[in-house]
Design a protein around this ligand. Structure first.
Ligand SMILES: [Zn+2]
Length: 122
């Protein structure tokens, strides 16, 4: 019976019109059905990755800030302020007092991230 049916449909994947032989047919061809399956799988993976990222961001804020916002080995005074949540004048005072070593490039103080990290080691 199904082979006698001619149902005009629109493919859910490529949006082309086609004639289906079964009511349940959603795609114009096997290719579209396979491509849609792959797309669905891909979207699932993307959503899962996105969800994971969001969860990491929510549960692990300081760690994420550490690895993503400050991945640089050499920091400016501004970077250091942000990293230590300290004011510009505090950092500059530390530099002046020799508590933080810097290399001057032009007018800029460049601070080795390692030196900052060492300050926290006893
Ligand atoms: Zn199609």
């Amino acid at each position: 019976m199904s082979s006698n049916m001619r149902i005009p449909k629109v493919c859910e994947y490529c949006k082309n019109e086609f004639t289906a032989q079964k009511l349940a047919t959603k795609y114009c061809s096997l290719k579209c059905a396979q491509r849609n399956y792959k797309k669905t799988k891909r979207d699932e993976k993307i959503n899962a990755a996105h969800k994971e990222y969001t969860e990491i961001r929510q549960n692990n804020k300081p760690k994420l800030a550490d690895t993503i916002i400050y991945p640089k080995s050499y920091l400016t005074v501004k970077d250091t302020c942000k990293m230590l949540n300290a004011s510009d004048s505090t950092i500059r005072k530390y530099i002046k007092d020799g508590k933080i070593k810097t290399i001057r490039i032009g007018k800029k103080h460049i601070i080795k991230r390692e030196d900052i990290e060492k300050m926290f080691q006893i």
